[in-house]
Design a protein around this ligand. Structure first.
Ligand code: SAH
Ligand code: SF4
Ligand code: F3S
Length: 459
């Protein structure tokens, strides 16, 4: 089919901020634009369309967008002088939360589109091209979104698949329930089709995504009687798809770790022994004002049950320091919880006041300098734990999925079951395959190893 002349040979540059769900969305936006004739550009200067896929989670993340828009304005002006055009689109969570502000602060933006409406990009581009003013689209049309995203091209042996969107938890610090809307689960059939399509293109590892991925719940596939499925059942089902060797899911909420999922973690070997289970804080008082819906003890008991089912599981988490009202004792409770759990990896943040969230107007905001102090203490402890987890791999033989070539000639980089990067000297022909690697070296952020020739020969 020939395309109209104006739709040929265009290119799009997409910059992605924020979480893995945005990474997934960016890939899908590129996929949507391809049939319109858009290739992918390596820099905004070379593009006809620039999309910033934005994150609103902390103030810094949101402010980055406006400084990037300043740079894009200059490129747009320079292009105009040269008789060329640059269309600028802001997608993602800042678009959802600050649509009208973007319009006021950055009139160079042509399209503002929320995370649940970007499947309408083709229409929005056409509208913007008619130059009838800036286009703003922030409907929560999540079901329509997934119905319209049919095709999918794999890019390497691992892939993300969003299975759940939105959040009903309303933690008092968090913008996600406002930017992504209510919890919605995709159907088993839709997810299975997408995973099959990817497996057919050589994908070996799938990471199922959702802001509350373990809140995923849906009726069984057509023809199957019985109750709704939870994430455990979905994982067991997807593990049967030919070609799929590894399954992961993120991010889980402690409240939604049900028995079915814990049993699946224990029994389904394709589920990798790595679980991101954020707790945010170790003090019951802070957990309560955060509206997390569980105590520190509840969380520790969950970890115990999970470790009983899957003893080799690596636990990762997220933490916030300096939430309003956090005393030295509260912060100490976080350190104590971390000491008890022993994390393999973790992300930690200073509390950031987000407009419109209950936390932002709470009394007893913690001074910035104290937040800094607490963050560095917490990070020092988490660092020691990460190093000791990595050190414990020395001398072990781990199955590694090779994902890409390394910086050095003849080197490949892959992932261990625990999501660690592993550097190995190996032929390029092994890209996309899983092989046993004997771990010889450990750096703070990665492992180095050698192909286990003996085991390979036996395999
Ligand atoms: N849905 C996930 C997390 C989503 S946001 C969950 O419930 O665990 C990712 C992380 O960002 C959160 O776990 C939290 O640690 C951090 N975060 C969210 N809002 C924040 C804020 N206002 N200030 C600092 N960190 C925040
Ligand atoms: Fe935000 Fe809490 Fe929902 Fe996670 S569970 S997305 S932290 S409101
Ligand atoms: Fe950020 Fe939105 Fe993800 S706020 S963390 S991009 S859901």
């Amino acid at each position: 089919m020939t395309k109209p002349a104006q739709e040929q040979g265009k290119s799009v540059f997409i910059r992605t901020y924020g979480c893995q769900m945005n990474v997934y969305d960016s890939e899908r936006m590129a996929g949507l634009l391809k049939p319109l004739g858009y290739g992918v550009a390596d820099a905004p200067e070379d593009a006809d369309l620039v999309i910033l896929n934005t994150c609103h989670i902390r103030e810094k993340a949101a402010e980055k967008v406006y400084s990037e828009l300043g740079r894009l304005k200059q490129i747009k002006t320079a292009k105009k002088t040269a008789g060329e055009e640059l269309t600028i689109a802001v997608a993602g969570c800042v678009a959802q939360a600050e649509g009208p502000e973007i319009k006021a602060r950055a009139p160079q933006v042509d399209i503002t589109v929320g995370p649940q409406a970007y499947h309408r990009l083709p229409e929005l581009l056409a509208k913007a091209a008619r130059k009838d003013g800036a286009v703003l689209e922030t409907d929560f049309a999540v079901e329509e979104k997934f119905d319209r995203l049919a095709d999918r091209k794999a890019d390497g042996p691992t892939a993300f698949v969003t299975i759940q969107e939105g959040c009903d938890k309303f933690c008092t610090f968090c913008v996600v329930p406002y930017t992504r809307g209510a919890e919605v689960s995709r159907s088993v059939d839709q997810i299975t089709d997408e995973v099959r399509l990817l497996a057919g293109q050589g994908v070996k590892e799938i990471t199922l995504l959702g802001q509350n991925v373990n809140a995923w719940r849906h009726a069984p596939p057509a023809g199957d009687a019985g109750d709704d499925w939870g994430l455990g059942e979905l994982c067991r089902h997807l593990a049967k798809i030919d070609g799929i060797e590894r399954l992961r899911f993120t991010t889980s909420h402690p409240r939604d770790m049900d028995d079915g999922l814990i049993a699946a973690l224990g029994e389904e070997e394709k589920l990798m022994p790595y679980l991101h289970l954020p707790v945010q804080a170790g003090s019951d008082q802070i957990l309560k004002t955060m509206n997390r819906g569980h105590t520190a003890e509840d969380y520790l008991r969950q970890i115990e049950r999970i470790r009983a089912a899957r003893p080799d599981i690596a636990i990762s988490g997220d933490f916030i320091v300096g939430f309003p009202g956090e005393t030295d004792e509260d912060f100490q409770a976080t350190l104590d919880l971390v000491t008890e759990v022993e994390y393999a990896s973790a992300f930690s943040f200073k509390y950031s006041r987000r407009p419109g969230t209950p936390g932002s107007v709470m009394q007893k905001q913690v001074p910035e300098a104290l937040k800094d102090e607490r963050l560095s203490l917490l990070q020092a402890l988490l660092d020691v734990q990460r190093r000791s987890f990595n050190d414990a791999q020395r001398g072990r033989t781990l199955p590694v999925l090779f994902e890409k070539t390394g910086r050095h000639e003849g080197q490949l980089v892959g992932r261990s079951p625990y999501l660690q990067s592993v550097h190995v000297t190996a032929p390029k022909s092994m890209l996309g395959s899983i092989a046993p690697v004997k771990i010889k070296g450990v750096t703070p952020n990665a492992l180095a190893g050698e192909l286990d020739k003996r085991r390979e020969a036996a395999a």
